[in-house]
Design a protein around this ligand. Structure first.
Ligand code: SME
Length: 158
């Protein structure tokens, strides 16, 4: 049975450091990737106080909404469109300090101000989805987020 997250740190780095082993233990006994994605979204949203955390899956030529926590969101995003579609196309993590300055940004909520999107790879290094995290503050994400979120994604096996 999962227990509540315990987080005392005040800096972003401290909170990620506390959160990571808790996420790892949450997902390590479960082989179902959807169940693990659901708990990862909840742990990141409530542990890090993000506005929206969710996964999109590559399905043919479109990204389709998967497990998420936060307000309702766009269900389909084409390859190359928005931050998510660009991360899929370029196979790279994209940090957006101000969503209004990102050409083609798809605004699922007007409250979202900054964003980070990381691609998810299978063992053949094909992109199978993306993790998208939105903040209601400008400039919320940097290389610290990128590093810890990559570790979180390494817990998921495709
Ligand atoms: N802003 C994203 C769309 C997804 S929502 O933020 C949940 C984008 O531009 O791809």
């Amino acid at each position: 049975m999962a227990e509540d997250l315990i987080l005392k740190g005040t800096t972003k780095e401290q909170r990620y450091k506390e959160l990571l082993p808790q996420i790892e233990s949450l997902v390590s006994d479960e082989s179902d990737v959807i169940a693990n994605m659901g708990n990862i979204c909840a742990a990141l949203k409530y542990g890090m106080n993000f506005f929206w955390v969710g996964f999109y899956f590559v399905k043919e030529d479109t990204l389709v909404l998967g497990p998420f926590q936060g307000p309702v969101a766009c269900t389909r995003i084409s390859k190359g469109r928005g931050v998510c579609g660009s991360s899929w196309e370029t196979k790279k993590t994209i940090v957006v300090p101000d969503v209004d300055q990102f050409p083609g940004h798809i605004a699922c909520s007007s409250l979202s101000k900054s964003e980070i999107v990381l691609p998810l790879f299978n063992s053949s290094r094909e992109v199978v989805g993306v993790l998208d995290i939105d903040s209601d503050q400008l400039n919320s994400f940097d290389t610290t987020d990128e590093m810890y979120l990559e570790k979180v994604l390494s817990f998921l096996k495709f």
